[in-house]
Design a protein around this ligand. Structure first.
Ligand code: B1M
Length: 241
């Protein structure tokens, strides 16, 4: 075979091999396969997970943002869409988010060093008086998987804490979560407080009792019933900035 064809064939083979690693990472994240020792899903027992494969991808020379953009983000977007369509449920989404976390451990140092650009900053917390954090954590993980820097202020977060975080990260988008009809009322106060100090801040609200009508009533900018809606909103905002 002429040398030119041999070189071409070899490089095509390498590209396919290289992309295989990214595809495998996507498969692991969608399936919720965290690492080799993780027993879930049973069909992938003993196989490498998102943890080992993302390390391998870095060793093979993939850039962290390439792994994020080509493997993790599309996989998490699929997971989010399946959850919105009720094809999967909270436990599966949590496993996927954990698998993504397994990959993110290796990528985070690069993002934190500023070597890789993020889409923007998202500050999230469960509002004053409310201790529910499972839904908020899911939103935070999905948004992080969507390529955003996430500052998670935790639960029972006051206006003051949100405002302090915004003072450090002006221009960040804020997410408020509430699970109780009583604490949902605190969203109104927090939206007012934030807008009085940082008028242009965009605020996204969510949580089981929250509705689009309520979002409009309290002057928040967007309501999402689920994590994928939050990711889609943020991505639209990052394009318009
Ligand atoms: Co509580 N609890 N709880 N609880 N709890 C509910 C919410 C309740 C509906 C149960 C019930 O009575 N049927 C009820 C609220 C009634 C109401 O006000 N309408 C209730 C109550 C009353 C209470 C206490 C007052 C009970 C008591 O002490 N008497 C108490 C309050 C404590 C407090 O917060 N101050 C309390 C305590 C607790 C636990 C600590 C025991 C525990 C929380 C543990 C934790 O979060 N770490 C707990 C739990 C687990 C629940 C239920 C069973 C499950 C909540 C959950 O995690 N769901 C819940 C009943 C239920 O929902 N079946 C209940 C799964 C989660 C993935 O869904 O959080 O809705 P969710 O998040 C969704 C969406 O809402 C959305 O995305 C997620 C994925 O789709 N989303 C966002 C959430 N935040 C978002 C933000 C966004 C966008 C989307 O943008 C920023």
């Amino acid at each position: 075979m002429p040398i030119i064809f041999r070189v071409f064939k070899k490089s095509c083979f390498n590209i396919i091999k290289m992309n295989d690693v990214l595809n495998q990472i996507s498969v692991c994240v969608e399936a919720g396969k965290i690492n080799k020792s993780s027993p879930y899903p049973p069909s992938m027992k003993g196989q490498d997970g998102a943890d080992e494969l993302s390390m391998l991808a870095l060793q093979k020379g993939f850039k962290p943002d390439e792994i994020l953009e080509k493997a993790l983000i599309p996989a998490m977007a699929n997971v989010g869409s399946k959850f919105s369509r009720k094809e999967i449920y909270v436990p599966q989404m949590l496993m996927s988010a954990k698998a993504m976390g397994g990959a993110m451990i290796h990528l985070k140092p690069f993002f934190q060093s500023g070597e890789t650009r993020r889409r923007g900053t998202f500050i999230i917390g469960t509002v004053t008086g409310d201790l529910h954090d499972i839904g908020k954590n899911l939103v935070a993980m999905m948004v992080e998987g969507g390529g955003w820097e996430v500052i998670d202020l935790g639960v029972d977060v006051s206006s003051e804490k949100f405002i302090n975080a915004l003072n450090d990260k002006p221009g960040a988008i804020v997410g408020l979560s509430a699970l109780l009809t009583t604490t949902m009322e605190n969203m109104k106060m927090i939206v007012n407080d934030i807008k009085s100090k940082h008028q242009k801040t965009r605020i996204l609200v969510g949580g089981a009792p929250v509705t689009l009508d309520y979002c409009k009533k309290i002057g928040a900018d967007f309501y999402s019933p689920d994590p994928q809606g939050a990711v889609n909103y943020l991505n639209r905002m990052s394009l318009s900035i």
